[in-house]
Design a protein around this ligand. Sequence first.
Ligand SMILES: NC(=O)c1ccc[n+]([C@@H]2O[C@H](COP(=O)([O-])OP(=O)(O)OC[C@H]3O[C@@H](n4cnc5c(N)ncnc54)[C@H](OP(=O)(O)O)[C@@H]3O)[C@@H](O)[C@H]2O)c1
Length: 606
Amino acid sequence: MEAGSGELDEEVVEELAAIKTVRGIVDWIVGSTAGGTEPSASTAAAALTGGSPVAVGSPVAVGSSPAVGSSPDLGSAVVGDPVGAIPLRRFVVEPEILPAPAGAAPTDLAGSRFLLVEGGLGVGLALATRLEQAGAEARILAADDAGLVDQIRAGAGADGLVWIASADPGADEHAILPGAFPALRAAALGGSRRVLIATGNGGRFGRARATATATGAPADPSAVDALEHARRADAGEFVVRPTPGAGLAGLVRTIAREVPGLALRLVDVEPKDEPRRIADSLLAELLTPGGPLVVGYREGARATLRVRPAGAGGAGSLPAGLGPSSVVLLTGGARGITAAVAVELARRSGCTVELIGRTLPPAGPEDPATAGAADAPALRRALIETGVRRPAEIEARVSRLLAEREVRATLATLRGLASSVRYHAVDVRDGAAVAAVVADVYARHGRLDGLVHGAGVLADRLLRDKTPESFDRVYRTKVDGARALLAAVRDDVGFVALFGSVAGVFGNRGQADYAAANDALDTLAGAAAGRFAGRIVSVDWGPWASPAAAGGGMVSAELAREYARRGIGLIDPADGVAALLSELAGPPDGPAQVVYMCAEAEAFDA
Ligand SMILES: NC(=O)c1ccc[n+]([C@@H]2O[C@H](COP(=O)([O-])OP(=O)(O)OC[C@H]3O[C@@H](n4cnc5c(N)ncnc54)[C@H](OP(=O)(O)O)[C@@H]3O)[C@@H](O)[C@H]2O)c1
């Protein structure tokens, strides 16, 4: 997973712009290539065909906070470690009933100050009453209050911030991610001693299967009435609304890793419950130290989520019915691990492959001035020799050239394997553009048999350094992209896979945005379960490896050792792709979230 994926991180640009001398530039280049912080030049297609390095991720963007760099990126692969030493395992994530919290008896809260961010459920009022009865001062504000962040910083919720607004199905954009990030960040970074966030997924994290809205699954996808689909789309039936609180669990898991002293809890509730009953559950969790980070309440029973080992995913090596006349759309599929999936799908089925990515397709062969430079350091030298001097420009051009090479290599491989290949240069955050691509696919082929949403970017920074803009970019690439795709595809699609990460399941330092985004994908997949003729599943990957043959790599041996020390192995690309295809060959009612990693869940307790 590449930091910024083709875009030069703004903070890198700032850093580079500040360097005034050629000596400084040289030092920067040497430093940025020596420490394992170079952006990925991943090519998963090349990985499978023995080309340049695969899809490796960066734990931090070039030149970013060393505090993050010391923590491995759980959503990215590294090179040069013992691939295959720990076998790839499949896990599911399920609710587990817990005893009621101990120590929830009425407490004397005299003199303490709580800030309640209320939605439309009326829970804030009920909770404020209880807090005031215990002697506390409780203020209620709305999530869209312009002074909210300042109030938090000034200590209005010094003893506790309770973010209730996100549990409301009608929550406005300030109450949910990414809009809620600045206020929650302020609370976590010193504004409050306790932070409790509520979500409204029914008290069991949305695990109850949604009622199917599909009218039936025709055997021949091309027989679906496109006009009927268009009519239902026009009527707004497929608008994928923000699920109450999506992504907040991933954020909470990451805050817990970055701010260990904070009393932190996410509580999933059923928004239709009595407000007083919800308030009782929230108060009990607010005043209970320790315990699981994420809990849910349904009809008074308390539960948490557990990651459990599960048997193999499917009974085949290819989604049912996939053949040369099938069509599969993959976002991010021209690069990285999603390209590896595209190549293998085409190899095994001969299907048509449609790809989405931002990199513009290269117009022709590469300029001879750089064509001989095999990797990023060589490209930097080649560009400097051609007279490019500004470091920011050098880095932007290196990133672009590597991305173009990767796209070119993937398309070349696919042309030899797929019935046909088309690449759409589109940003998945642009909902209208995504809808237009999907409509174009239906118009040309009359069908869509499978969808893989693999587009994603990293912009790792600790919370204290993470800007709302950067959070927004990482979050929206995954989540807005998924929503746009789910709104555009017809119900007869044969499978939908959303690529998530263990960062969402366990949290990871420096990845509040990425963890939240991946966690939101899990929620979106759960909410859409049952809608499609085929399977929808969010696949939370552990880190993938680059084959040794690919050589090079962006992550230091030190980082590889850190993974190994924690018992986290790297997914062999061939194993990862095979596991995915087998998962998608499973029954349509399989779990909406699976985790694949070369580790036990306990490895992430550290
Ligand atoms: N590699 C791992 O170890 C790992 C582990 C866990 C999860 N994952 C997940 O797997 C997926 C792929 O990861 P990767 O490591 O292969 O990453 P990568 O090499 O950086 O590839 C990311 C892909 O997403 C595309 N992309 C990024 N932003 C986009 C946007 N706004 N619109 C359209 N396309 C966009 C990129 O193409 P352009 O730059 O051309 O847009 C590229 O094709 C990600 O979702 C990641 O979270 C990977």
